[in-house]
Structure formats: structure tokens, C-alpha cells
Ligand binder design. Structure first.
Ligand SMILES: *[C@@H]1O[C@H](CO)[C@@H](O)[C@H](O)[C@H]1NC(C)=O
Ligand SMILES: *[C@@H]1O[C@H](CO)[C@@H](O)[C@H](O)[C@H]1NC(C)=O
Ligand SMILES: *[C@@H]1O[C@H](CO)[C@@H](O)[C@H](O)[C@H]1NC(C)=O
Ligand SMILES: [Fe+2]
Length: 569
């Protein structure tokens, strides 16, 4: 039983490294469709350690930052890649750094702090890497002899609390999150690190994604795995809205519950997932053919072998869509499935006339993360960098349509999707089984931007509802080199792109008097490897996708993952 409680860590994290080797075996249609790149510049400066800026510093405003924007843009990502002489090998191992752009009355200040995770604190004390991360094996004691080192491999690795992926909210509190059972609560104003929160103390799950959903009553939904004698389960978790708190620090995740447990199709081979969708009434979980082989995991661990082969990209397997009513926790009896694919980030889902429409960023193979070692990312301009980029699978937005009213009267082998202008299909192939094909949610124009990831919508008003626009990053390089606005009705793109500038995930902020979906601004942090200390916060008019203003920050910021806008200051 014991190992079931630690491998979730590798289950969710090792796999990212693992997928790449198996995926080389495949032919990749979406990769072939995107143009190959040549002469890509070095990104080494974007994955270098930086200093923290704990006290807010002023920025230089160019253009105009709308005075109605009041709050802070919070971002997370790796910011420290070595301790003393020791270096991390993998980009994901970098120590979490939190960034805050506080925007008020047209002015912007910037501050940043490293998360004081247990990893950070212990490594700092010893001035070397003493805590293993995803891609870096730390020897607890370098003075141990060879036999001691050999046996130390048997020790059960602990999950990391180096939560470098996102800012998430539960019961009104902010946490930073990765994909283990640990989160750290943080103060969104001072960026101070607060208590470590362990999911396993609240619900029977061993992990939670870094991409929860929020309903309009303030509840948070997330998903996490559990493992037991009778197999592996994907659990949907609900954390209730904030109530009256007794003490400031006591709320945490009390009241969290598992509302649905979905057994893994192969009990010893659960799939990896990074996010899910939520509509007004449903949650859809995509069980994709990227699987962790639990038996091999154990064997490889004991033999001290590489983990690259424990993840199996299994294109013989279909992708299964699990449809769950989020009010009752009941899973639909209908089995929805589609061909093999992989997906990291979902865009949105909504119900329309008896259909559930879901949009997501997809690729055709499992090589989605690639070997994001710091060595690869720090390649000089030249063949090696081009080869690395061209080996990555580009992801493109797709739409799937799930018919919600399938019963014994539903005909077989006939397209059930009757929505106007929709080319997605869904056919009942056997009673209770629906096979779907997708609609490409883009025109060919997108291919020249290298596909897209990091989608964001006008979340507060449009998540789970019919919507028209999403914002995202185009990946014309290993790191995103454009910002894109997609109109899902017309598939027209609006683009912000300048050579040498690398934008972060775009976050939409609605204007206070918004009537239309895109009344507001889009915020993104722009960095460049070409000049030192030339970072800026970019503010785009969300409607026209043109620049309103920027706030120049005289510091370097490394390339990061996700962020949020906190309107509470
Ligand atoms: C904004 O910056 C301007 C110029 O530095 C300054 O005069 C003004 O007082 C600032 N406003 C606020 C609210 O800080
Ligand atoms: C369907 O597509 C046509 C042509 O692109 C367009 O004129 C029409 O408005 C669309 N209808 C709907 C319901 O979106
Ligand atoms: C900005 O928001 C904070 C928190 O909601 C509020 O206390 C403050 O008064 C607001 N400032 C302005 C200028 O509206
Ligand atoms: Fe993500």
C-alpha cells in the first residue's frame, strides 16, 4: 500500500519528462502542418536565476494604463536554478518565484519573492541542492560512500512543495500550486509564504491539478488521483465557498469533499491530466492515452533505472470523455470517446440545445512537453535550438461536441450534432457508445504562429457559458513569441508579435462597465533575451488587441507559467 502514497508525485511529474522518448516513435500530423523554424535565437537569458525584489519598486509608464484597473497581476514560475555549486538539470525544478504587478490609478509597482518552500529553505541552509525535484536527483549526503548512496535510492521520495505553476484560490485564500499533494498559502499583497497545506489531510486524494475551476457561488472544483487495492481513481473535489472564518489562518480546506470518483480504465495505468472543463451543469474529464505504468514504475525505481519508460503514450487507445453532473456527482452512463490525442489546457465548455460543447488545446502525440532540460533551453542560436523546437508537437484548438440526450431511441451510425455551422461529429456506434470527431477551432492562419497554448477567457462572466473569444500565446519558438486573440465564431485572429519579445500567458480583466465579452484589457509580462533589464507589463485593449500602455520594470524576470488578476489589491 505504501507506494501508492508516494508515486502520485512521479505520476504527475515524472511523466512530463517521460513522454518525450516514447513519442519519438510516432508520426505527427500537427507538427508537419506547422512550418519548421530556422535560426531561432537563444533563450538562455530567460532561464537564468534572478534576485528577488521584496519591496515594491516603481515602474516607468509609456502610453496609458487605464485608471479603472485596480488590483494586482500575480504570476508564478521558476526563478532560481542553482544553490552553491549545485545546478538543477530540469527547468521545472527551478525554485518558485512569485511576481506581483500592483496597478492603481494608472501607476504600477513591481515586487517579487521566492516561495519559502521546504525545498527552498533546506537548500538555502546547506547552500546546495538537498531536496530532489522532478528532474534532479539530490543525494542527501555527499559524504556517503557508494553503498550508502546505492541504498539511499530505495528511500521513498517525498513530494515537493516547490509550487511553481500557478496561483489558485480556495475559500477566499490564495495558494501557489503545482501537481503534488502540497500547496503553500501565500499573502497576495506581501507575497509572504504561509503554511503548507496537504490535500491528503482533507480528502482521500494524493494530488490536485494546478488548474481548478470556480463557480459563481465561490466554490472551487479540482481533480486529483487516488490509488488503492482496487485500482486507480480520478476524483472530482469540491471545496465550499468561504464562510465566516473563526481565526484568520484556520480555514484552509475544511469542508472539501470528493463528489465523484472515476475508476481508471486500466486500473494500473492511470492517465495524466493537467486540467478539465466545467460548464453550468457538468464537469468533463478527458482520459487521454498518456498513461503511467505503475508496475514498471516500481521495478524501475528499485533497479535505479531512468524513468523515461514508465510513461506510455498508447495511440492504440482511444480518448475517453467522462461526463459528470457536478450537482449530483453522477457520471453519465453514455461512453463518449474520440481518437488518441493529448491535451494540457482546456479552454471552455458550455451547454447548447442538448449538447455540451468543449474547446481545448490538443496535439496528436504524447511528446507535448519535450525534454525541457535547462541544457536544451540554454542552447545557443543554431542547429541544436532549431532541432529542439522542431521536435516539439504544436498544439491547436479543437472543439468536441457531446450529445447529452442519448437514449435507447437515439439512432446508430448517424451524426447527432445538429448545431448550425458546426463540423464536429458524434455518432452512436453501439448502444450507449458515442464516437466523436472534432472541429478545428482555427483557420490555417494560426499555423504560422506555431499553434497555441495558455488559453484564457473572460472567466468570471463566460466560463461554462457560450462565449466568443479566447486569448492565448502563440509558440513560434520554444517559449511563446506572440499573443493571440481568437474569435471562435469566425476563427479570425488578432495578433501581437514583435521579434525578440516573449510574452507570458495573457490574462483578461473586464472593465467595470463592461457590456460586451471583450470590454476590458489583456495583461501580459513581456521579456527579452536581447537586452538586460528590459521587462515590461503590457496592457492591451482586449477588443482591438492594440497596446494601451506598458509599465517598464528595471529587473529581469525569467519565463514563467501561469498567473491571475487579484482585484482585492
Ligand atoms: C502615480 O504616479 C504619478 C507620477 O509619478 C504621481 O504623481 C501620482 O501621485 C501617482 N498616483 C498614485 C495613486 O500613486
Ligand atoms: C454560419 O456561417 C455563415 C458563413 O460563415 C455565417 O454567415 C452565419 O452567420 C453562420 N451562422 C451561425 C449561426 O453562426
Ligand atoms: C482598489 O481596490 C481596493 C480593494 O478592493 C480598494 O480598497 C481601493 O479603495 C480601490 N482603490 C480605488 C482607487 O478604487
Ligand atoms: Fe498549466
Amino acid at each position: 500500500m505504501a507506494f501508492f502514497f508516494f508515486f502520485f508525485f512521479f505520476c504527475n511529474r515524472k511523466l512530463k519528462k517521460a513522454v518525450l522518448s516514447s513519442a519519438f516513435l510516432l508520426s505527427v500530423p500537427s507538427r508537419q502542418r506547422c512550418p519548421q523554424a530556422k535560426g531561432l535565437e537563444s533563450l538562455a537569458n530567460l532561464v537564468s536565476t534572478v534576485e528577488e525584489t521584496p519591496d515594491p519598486i516603481p515602474t516607468t509608464i509609456k502610453g496609458t494604463i487605464p485608471s479603472w484597473i485596480n488590483g494586482s497581476f500575480l504570476r508564478n514560475g521558476p526563478g532560481k536554478f542553482e544553490f552553491g555549486e549545485d545546478r538543477y538539470t530540469h527547468w521545472f525544478d527551478g525554485m518558485a518565484m512569485m511576481h506581483r504587478f500592483h496597478i492603481c490609478e494608472g501607476n504600477v509597482t513591481y515586487s517579487s519573492r521566492f516561495l519559502r518552500s521546504d525545498s527552498y529553505v533546506q537548500n538555502s541552509e546547506k547552500n546546495r541542492i538537498v531536496v530532489s525535484e522532478f528532474g534532479t536527483f539530490a543525494s542527501p549526503d555527499p559524504c556517503k560512500n557508494i553503498f550508502e548512496r546505492f541504498f539511499s535510492r530505495f528511500q521513498i521520495p517525498k513530494a515537493t512543495d516547490n509550487a511553481a505553476v500557478n496561483f489558485v484560490k480556495y475559500k477566499g485564500d490564495y495558494y501557489v500550486s503545482t501537481e503534488t499533494n502540497y500547496m503553500r498559502r501565500v499573502d497576495p499583497q506581501s507575497l509572504e509564504t504561509k503554511e503548507k497545506v496537504d490535500w491528503t489531510q482533507y480528502v482521500a486524494v494524493n494530488s490536485a491539478t494546478a488548474h481548478p475551476h470556480y463557480d459563481r457561488e465561490g466554490a472551487t472544483y479540482n481533480m486529483g488521483n487516488s490509488y488503492g487495492r482496487d485500482g486507480s481513481f480520478y476524483n472530482i473535489i469540491r471545496v465550499p465557498p468561504p464562510e465566516e472564518k473563526e481565526g484568520e489562518d484556520s480555514a484552509e480546506l475544511n469542508g472539501a469533499e470528493v463528489i465523484c470518483s472515476i475508476p481508471a480504465t486500466e486500473p494500473r495505468k492511470p492517465s495524466y491530466y493537467h486540467s478539465f472543463v466545467m460548464s453550468e451543469n457538468y464537469i468533463v474529464f478527458v482520459e487521454q492515452p498518456i498513461k503511467l505504468d505503475l508496475i514498471r514504475f516500481l521495478l524501475y525505481r528499485i533497479m535505479g533505472k531512468s524513468f523515461n519508460q514508465i510513461m506510455v503514450w498508447d495511440p492504440q487507445c482511444d480518448t475517453i470523455f467522462h461526463l459528470v453532473n457536478r450537482h449530483t456527482g453522477k457520471e453519465s452512463q453514455v461512453r463518449y470517446y474520440a481518437g488518441p490525442m493529448f491535451t494540457l489546457h482546456q479552454i471552455n465548455a458550455f451547454e447548447d440545445n442538448g449538447f455540451l460543447i468543449m474547446d481545448m488545446c490538443c496535439g496528436d502525440d504524447g511528446e507535448f512537453i519535450g525534454d525541457f532540460t535547462l541544457e536544451n533551453l540554454r542552447s545557443e542560436t543554431g542547429e541544436k535550438m532549431d532541432k529542439f523546437y522542431n521536435s516539439l508537437c504544436r498544439t491547436l484548438p479543437r472543439r468536441y461536441v457531446l450529445p447529452l440526450t442519448v437514449d435507447e431511441d437515439t439512432p446508430l451510425d448517424q451524426n447527432l450534432v445538429t448545431l448550425p455551422n458546426c463540423t464536429a461529429t458524434a455518432k452512436q456506434t453501439k448502444p450507449g457508445e458515442v464516437f466523436m470527431t472534432h472541429e478545428e477551432l482555427h483557420s490555417d492562419e494560426l499555423l504560422q504562429y506555431g499553434g497555441l497554448e495558455f488559453p484564457h477567457i473572460n472567466y468570471d462572466k463566460y466560463n461554462g457559458r457560450p462565449y466568443r473569444y479566447f486569448y492565448s500565446c502563440g509558440f513560434g519558438h520554444v517559449f511563446s513569441d506572440s499573443l493571440l486573440k481568437m474569435d471562435v465564431h469566425t476563427k479570425e485572429l488578432k495578433v501581437w508579435r514583435y521579434p525578440g519579445l516573449y510574452p507570458s500567458e495573457p490574462v483578461f480583466v473586464a472593465s467595470p462597465k463592461a457590456t460586451e465579452e471583450d470590454d476590458g484589457v489583456v495583461l501580459s509580462v513581456i521579456i527579452t533575451p536581447r537586452e538586460d533589464k528590459s521587462t515590461f507589463l503590457l496592457v492591451l485593449d482586449a477588443k482591438t488587441f492594440t497596446e494601451l500602455g506598458r509599465a517598464e520594470v528595471p529587473v529581469n524576470i525569467p519565463y514563467g507559467f501561469h498567473g491571475v488578476f487579484n482585484e482585492m489589491g
